[in-house]
Design a protein. Structure first.
Lengths: 145, 145
């Protein structure tokens, strides 16, 4: 497991995959984004999305799962916010993975035990189509002692 | 239901509430953010969060649910991204609601049937503590015909 001093700018991490299906898209939407284009194959055809599309928040939550599985940070994946862009709607059948790049590493000026890692995260399907990007800064602790 | 020409800058919308519990915080985290501070009351005490905290993505997904329930947009709540800040961790017992304000309305230069609404969304608990803010631009269609 890694601490701040174990990371480097330009370091990349590649995740495992997550399968989006009509079933898990609809199950997420029923609870968190109950709109026709996320809930019903037929009704979705008549909407802006022209077919069933995953809630962007589902894509985001899957991305968080893959980040938690992929980033080997000793004290966890902790962020204070994200700048998130949905470049294209995720669809049933998408086999999603994420690609993470460390863009900057900064030591805290006030707290000597920690710093931040600025990362860029792309969420892509099996055809390389980018469904989502995230820019965020993670809180990363230094090695204790 | 409203179209672009029915909205005005400064217009505000107040949502219903959503109850966060230890059970739904853990259920979300098991699937989408499996980290000790989101999964286990006891283990979470030893972490940065000093107790069980909701995944920020859970707070975000709940916010989306409340937006879908609250915003009376005829063609749905559709956004291309969000700038999201978690100001404090949401906790078991938080009764969340959202407050939405329209900050700007813009007509599309290329597509005469639509425009965007820039909104600011605060997610607060029953004590008025702000857990999350979102800035986003929604795609809003004009009244047909």
């Amino acid at each position: 497991m890694k601490y701040l001093e174990d990371l480097y700018v330009g370091e990349r991490f590649l995740s495992d995959t997550y399968q989006l299906t009509e079933e898990n898209i609809i199950a997420f939407a029923e609870h968190f984004d109950p709109q026709p284009f996320h809930l019903d194959h037929e009704q979705a055809k008549e909407t802006f999305f022209e077919g069933l599309a995953a809630s962007g928040w589902h894509t985001g939550a899957v991305t968080m799962r893959l980040m938690a599985q992929t980033l080997p940070l000793a004290t966890g994946v902790i962020g204070g916010g994200v700048d998130l862009r949905w470049l294209s709607p995720a669809r049933p059948g998408d086999l999603l993975h994420i690609e993470i790049e460390i863009r900057a590493l900064t030591e805290s000026r006030s707290k000597p035990d920690r710093g931040t890692a600025s990362i860029f995260v792309e969420t892509k399907n099996q055809h390389g189509e980018v469904r989502q990007t995230i820019e965020t800064r993670l809180l990363v602790f230094k090695r204790p002692g």
